[in-house]
Ligand binder design. Structure first.
Ligand code: CP
Ligand code: NVA
Length: 306
């Protein structure tokens, strides 16, 4: 049996393929896509957590390539009554051509991928959010040119989105600096991965030093889906808010990014979120174009990216 092209993380797909995906996404954004490339194919999306962008962009991407979509949530499916993820994977594999899965734990995602006989896409876990960072790198390059050797500065909780940025820093060759309080720093697991893969990643407790001269400043919610102790997190993360004063330390043409949803006044001030350096709407819009090349690669391989 041929190996399945799962899109589980940015460290599990080679850099050359990721680059081709970005090229295809940009091309489809500018010139339109192949409206029949995925005709006859069906995507099942399984959501165990809420979503606006991932859900709508994948559905529209699939439809615009000629495919169809079905959506499952625990409420309304047997997942909510304890049917296992592996059994769900085996069943879905009989009906559809690929699965996009948003779940709380990385182990659920791996269980789905192991049991499925069709490709599985990671639509966010507690560990990572690779589809988001494909759109983010696409966006940076669209507005500011090649991300290679640029400096991206992350302020706040070193969460699932930050982990995918770390993977991307090795795969696309940029420096990734993180400023966060001690209790919300990257795990040993991701830092070991960064070291093994030659990623230029640094961590400090000083947001000003981290952002100084950066080409891109990025943050995310202080309280991710499933996080406990919201008040405690807000107190610890308060000094890492991205405000205009902090943005002023970045490079002159620096951009501000955020995967959304954003909580103005927490991780970033409204002045920054809605300010002239913010590219968040382009970033959100690019989810659609990024999803298309992911779907094409999973289902058609290199031919889908030709
Ligand atoms: N950024 C992102 O994944 O948004 P949703 O949770 O709305 O899908
Ligand atoms: N870190 C956030 C990202 C939401 C898209 C979360 O996991 O809730």
């Amino acid at each position: 049996m041929t190996e399945l092209r799962h899109f589980l993380d940015l460290d599990s797909v080679d850099a050359e393929t990721l680059r081709s995906m970005l090229d295809v996404s940009a091309r489809m954004k500018n010139a339109g896509g192949n409206e029949t490339a995925l005709a006859g194919k069906t995507l099942a999306m399984v959501f165990e957590k809420p979503s606006t962008r991932t859900r709508v962009s994948f559905e529209v991407a699939m439809q615009s390539l000629g495919g169809k979509v079905v959506i499952l949530e625990p409420e309304g499916s047997q997942l909510g009554r304890g049917e296992t993820v592996a059994d769900t994977a085996r069943i879905l594999s009989q009906y559809v051509d690929l699965i996009m899965y948003r779940t709380s734990s990385e182990s659920n995602l791996l269980e789905m991928a192991d049991a499925a006989s069709i490709p599985v896409i990671n639509g966010l876990t507690d560990w990572s959010h690779p589809c988001q960072i494909m759109a983010d790198v696409m966006t940076y390059e669209e507005v500011a040119g090649s991300i290679s050797d640029r400096v991206v500065a992350w302020c706040g909780d070193a969460n699932n989105v930050a982990n995918s940025w770390i993977h991307a820093s090795a795969q696309f060759g940029f420096e990734f600096r993180i400023a966060s309080p001690e209790e919300f720093r990257p795990t040993t697991r991701i830092m070991d991965w960064a070291e093994t893969h030659g990623a230029r990643v640094s961590v400090s407790g000083d947001p000003v030093a981290t952002v100084t001269g950066a080409d891109c400043v990025v943050t995310d919610t202080w309280v991710s889906m499933g996080d406990a102790e919201a008040a405690k997190r807000r107190t610890a993360l308060e000094p890492f808010r991205v405000n205009a004063e902090l943005m002023a330390r970045a490079a002159d043409k620096a951009v501000f990014m955020h995967c959304l949803p954003v909580y103005r006044g927490d991780e970033a001030t409204a002045e920054v979120v809605d300010g002239p350096q913010s590219v968040i709407w382009t970033e959100a819009g690019n989810r659609l174009h990024a999803q298309k090349s992911i779907l094409l690669w999973c289902l058609l391989g290199g031919a889908g990216l030709a």
